[in-house]
Design a protein around this ligand. Structure first.
Ligand code: SF4
Ligand code: SF4
Length: 156
């Protein structure tokens, strides 16, 4: 599984069949099938964040820009085999408390395209991260290691 399959990128990956019924969560007799799988997903994982691919950072300026982005709440950064991605851990405003999509009939195309064949309920996307920065401090630490003169980058 690639992280693109597991993590929503530009290409956000979202469930396409989430209006099935949350009742399945309470009915253990219901078989888990592609049609009912999302109803069994605790927290409706893939509707609780999105990711956006960013250019591979190559300079101190690039990393400084990423630090600005990671200064914002609930924003993280990772790198996998496909590149670098911002991970924004804010749940979709249409996600209802029962796990259903509040705009199911008119949900965006990315939600329709997403397949739950093998998703985060099967394997955490983090398993494929090569680098992960959970916030500003983690990226600063990386920058200081990568650039010996990192702290002097604003000095002329
Ligand atoms: S993570 Fe998988 S099972 Fe859970 S809601 Fe999304 S597509 Fe469905
Ligand atoms: S629009 Fe619906 S399916 Fe798409 S992320 Fe939001 S709650 Fe999930």
């Amino acid at each position: 599984m690639t992280t693109k399959q597991a993590y929503k990128t530009t290409y956000i990956s979202l469930p396409g069949n989430k209006n099935i019924t949350s009742k399945a969560q309470h009915n253990k007799s219901i078989k888990v099938t592609p049609e009912t799988k999302c109803s069994f997903c605790p927290g409706t994982i893939c509707c609780t964040y999105f990711t956006e691919q960013v250019d591979t950072p190559r300079s101190k300026k690039d990393f400084d820009h990423l630090l600005w982005q990671l200064s914002h709440a609930n924003t993280q950064l990772y790198k996998d085999e496909e590149g670098w991605f911002l991970l924004v851990n804010n749940k979709c405003t249409h996600l209802q408390s029962n796990g259903q999509c509040g705009i199911y009939e008119t949900r965006p195309q990315v939600c329709r395209d997403y397949s739950n064949d093998f998703c985060e309920s099967d394997e955490p996307a983090t398993k494929h991260f090569e680098l992960f920065f959970d916030g500003y401090d983690a990226l600063v630490k990386y920058c200081k290691k990568r650039y010996k003169n990192w702290d002097k980058r604003f000095k002329t």
